[in-house]
Design a protein around this ligand. Structure first.
Ligand SMILES: [Zn+2]
Length: 190
């Protein structure tokens, strides 16, 4: 049986994807609320359980990590996977790094000089500053204090129907390795 269980945190955001065995352990330990069940059951010597489809943690877990490392994925996460020039929200493979002040003009590869850009905007801007290119940044890049800790990866085709009310499909993004992720999209500064 390959049933998997979606675990939500106490704010109802996707937290992890579990095997049904781990999911049943959490139910048994009373650490979670059962929100949805599959029709399939599993039996122990004493009880029969419906396999949980969606669980929610009873206890709050820290939603953010501190001291965010500069990386491609973290820049995209800070910018909510949207081009900082045209605002398009795009899959990761259609996004690029843009040096606001181009390297040739002394721009550094840092939180405050790198933004997420789509390829067309990146190309249009070329080796120019936004002013030189007549383009406007939607917001000035800053180093985030925190980013969402939990990024949940899954294959898009494998999202069970029972999960659909709990995952925002608009926020599912395809990344380079062909997987999709959910739960990344909360604001980096809250
Ligand atoms: Zn763009």
């Amino acid at each position: 049986m390959e049933l998997r269980t979606l675990l939500l945190n106490s704010w109802s955001l996707p937290h992890a994807i579990l095997s049904w065995r781990d999911a049943i352990c959490l139910v048994y330990e009373k650490k979670v609320h059962v929100l949805e069940e599959y029709e399939e059951t599993v039996s122990s010597p004493s009880t029969t359980y419906f396999v949980p489809a969606v669980l929610q943690l009873k206890r709050a877990v820290a939603p953010v990590k501190k001291g965010v490392k500069f990386s491609r994925i973290n820049v995209f996460t800070r910018d909510k996977f949207s081009c900082q020039f045209c605002g398009d929200h795009l899959p990761m493979k259609e996004l690029n790094y843009d040096h606001v002040i181009p390297r040739k003009q002394g721009g550094k590869t840092t939180w405050t000089n790198i933004v997420t850009a789509c390829y067309p905007c990146n190309e249009r801007k070329g080796g120019r500053t936004p002013e030189q290119a007549g383009m406007k940044l939607l917001r000035m890049p800053a180093k985030p204090h925190a980013l969402p800790l939990h990024t949940v990866f899954m294959e898009h085709n494998n999202v069970p129907d029972a999960w659909l009310p709990y995952v925002n499909l608009d926020k599912i993004q395809k990344n380079g390795s062909g997987y999709y992720m959910i739960g990344h999209a909360s604001s980096p500064n809250t």
